[in-house]
Design a protein. Structure first.
Length: 200
């Protein structure tokens, strides 16, 4: 292939990459993210402190085959923040979207924006419930790419091994946090596995 033909292939790819980077960067900048304080950092692992997280949550039995990816959960939560609530009130989208996969029940949650929490959240309709994660320390491992059960299990194992090595006791079901829309290129995605630190 001639150098000219190569350039004709490379240039559109670079343009697409640039456009993707622009939209991902700007969508993240424009979207409120659940605040936290980094207490300690070790490579890709962080020990964080979170204030209470207020959640809108949809749950289903783990025995339901749809629970693996919480199929349908996202749209139920989206309808709630889009006005399907007692006040017909729209609520801003935030990041991350949190998925918890327990032995008996799996759930997907949207973190509620601080402004909406301050004035009081509207009561949801349908299957959406309001919930909280009380103020907590969390160990977090960030990873990129399109997430799947194999990758999540591998990242969870890395985080659990690090916590054990550092003498940090963790408890509860692992949480998986996702920060980007599905059209985001895999290597640009921000995903995290989170483990709650046991209170002393």
């Amino acid at each position: 292939m001639s150098s000219m033909k190569r350039m004709l292939w490379v240039i559109p790819g670079l343009v697409l990459l640039g456009i993707s980077f622009f939209f991902v960067s700007n969508s993240r900048a424009a979207t409120e993210t659940a605040p936290y304080k980094v207490v300690r950092k070790d490579g890709g692992i962080e020990l964080r402190e979170y204030d209470t997280l207020h959640l809108a949550k949809v749950s289903m039995p783990t025995s339901d085959r749809r629970s693996k990816n919480m199929d349908g959960g996202f749209m139920k939560l989206f309808r709630f923040i889009d006005g399907q609530n007692e006040r017909d009130e729209k609520i801003s989208m935030t990041t991350p979207v949190i998925i918890e996969r327990g032995e008996k029940e799996s759930s997907m949650s949207f973190v509620m924006p601080q402004k909406s929490v301050a004035k009081g959240l509207p009561v949801p309709k349908g299957e959406v419930k309001l919930d909280q994660i009380p103020a907590v320390k969390i160990v977090a491992l960030r990873f990129s790419g399109v997430s799947n059960s194999t990758k999540e299990a591998a990242q969870l194992e890395v985080l659990q091994a690090w916590a054990a090595k550092e003498g940090i006791m963790v408890e509860g079901t692992p949480l998986f946090a996702f920060y980007d829309p599905p059209w985001t290129l895999g290597f640009m995605r921000r995903n995290e596995v989170l483990l709650r630190v046991k209170a002393k």
